[in-house]
Design a protein around this ligand. Structure first.
Ligand code: DAK
Length: 257
């Protein structure tokens, strides 16, 4: 791997993917995105991993897709590369993914963070979709996910002017889960990931699937889907362990079975 670093056991049950193009503010070139896709696929299959964190560095989570790589491309060049299958794969990851964001999360960087399930932001984080300033528009979900998170008025402002919002503002709009001092943003993300990693990984993944479904289907269909997953969990050992532990007044030890 050239553009990311991966630690499968950063902390017990928690894997860390760190974008590693610091000089280019972690601009997302095709190879980097492919590396994220391939590693997420592998981590999703690894029973030891329960939660995945994606981060950059203090200055930038990612300042967008690599403009230098895209500048001379034609429609057909872009079509042939079929980047969307990479982004779709990220979106299909069953395990929860938390973005630990410091500095710039712009364009594709903001879209990558929003494709994750939760975002922990440092005080210096800035979010935005500045594609409009370079003659294009968001292409990896920005117009949809930002609008669902921020509402029409604010999303429209960000997408049409390219201006950034601060971590605090992103928190007020519900785009991020929490804002913490820069020195501890990764530590705080690990703390959140650890809380989730202590739960039944099967229940976590089915719950994630059901929450995500709520963005795509009408309420009745979403409720039906939720019920199916709820019933399915009663055939897991973890359900017995969790409920027995409660009755016996002890901490559950979930095995992911
Ligand atoms: N691409 C390539 N290089 C970048 C970059 C980017 N997005 N952002 C920064 N860099 C590079 C700079 O060129 C500079 O390199 P050198 O000149 O030193 O070689 C280095 O990183 C440091 O940047 P600056 O010198 O500009 O640093 P400043 O602190 O002055 O400014 C900045 C930071 C983040 C405000 C500025 O760098 C900036 O405006 N960057 C561009 C932000 C942007 O427009 N992002 C949106 C890009 S378009 C798709 C999926 C996704 C997308 C498209 C398609 N498909 C699935 C098909 C996404 C598109 C985008 O994200």
């Amino acid at each position: 791997m050239e553009f990311i670093k991966v630690n499968k056991a950063y902390v017990k049950h928690i894997a860390l993917i760190q974008l590693n193009r610091p000089k280019e503010l972690n601009a997302l070139n095709l190879q980097l995105m492919g590396e994220i896709r391939d590693n997420l696929k592998e981590l999703d299959q690894d029973d030891e991993v329960r939660v995945i964190i994606i981060t950059g560095d203090e200055r930038a989570f990612a300042a967008g897709a690599d403009i230098k790589q895209m500048a001379g491309k034609s429609t057909i060049d872009m079509w042939k590369v079929d980047q969307f299958s990479t982004w779709d794969q990220i979106n299909k990851t069953r395990k929860p993914i938390i973005a630990a964001v410091s500095g710039f999360a712009l364009g594709g960087g903001c879209e990558l963070a929003m494709t994750c399930d939760m975002i922990v932001a440092s005080e210096t984080a800035q979010f935005g979709q500045p594609e409009i300033k370079i003659g294009v528009m968001p292409g990896a979900g920005g117009t949809q996910r930002l609008t669902k998170a921020l509402g029409k008025a604010k999303a429209m402002e960000l997408v049409l002017t390219g201006k950034f919002i601060s971590a605090e503002e992103a928190y007020d709009y519900g785009l991020v889960n929490k804002v913490v001092p820069t020195e501890v943003y990764l530590k705080e993300t690990v703390a959140l990931a650890s809380e989730i990693a202590a739960m039944s990984p099967i229940a976590v993944q089915m719950a994630k699937e059901a929450v995500k479904r709520s963005f795509e289907v009408p309420l009745e269909e979403g409720l039906h889907f939720e019920r199916k997953n709820f019933y399915m969990l009663f055939s897991s050992e973890d359900q017995k362990e969790g409920m027995n532990a409660f009755v016996e007044k002890r901490k559950p030890d979930f095995k992911g079975r």
